[in-house]
Design a protein around this ligand. Sequence first.
Ligand SMILES: [Zn+2]
Ligand SMILES: [Zn+2]
Length: 152
Amino acid sequence: MKKDLPSATSDQDLAHKLASSGMRMTAQREHVYHTLLQQTDHPTADEVYLRAKSAMPELSMATVYNTLDALVKCGLIKQVNVERTASRYCSNMNEHCHFFCEECGSIHDVDFKKDKGELPLKLPRNLVPTQVDISLRGRCADPLKCPNRNRN
Ligand SMILES: [Zn+2]
Ligand SMILES: [Zn+2]
């Protein structure tokens, strides 16, 4: 099977990175990772499980959970936390921040450009960021594209 996912990490790279966090690469773990790359809509672990399971019925929930964990630890995906909801997972490793729609619960990637290697923020000189986690809240501009997906 030919895989040409743009900007996706190669399988060797995936194996290598998993190994560095003490995990062997298995067909199941690889499948979980590829499932995440296919739809970049920031699914929850449960959603990843349902999607991945449809092509690999023997996949267990525990495998999905510990694979997601390992992928986050080795920096191949990001965990996105929204208050009061389950963690979501993001496979876009380009510099970006997240926009949460408070009406439908969707998460959108918002790119931001570094200016000469500097963050587009006015940071005091005595602070050096090692991790950036910016989030924005609001609503989709187009109500038709904002189905009420809130599950409460
Ligand atoms: Zn994202
Ligand atoms: Zn929305």
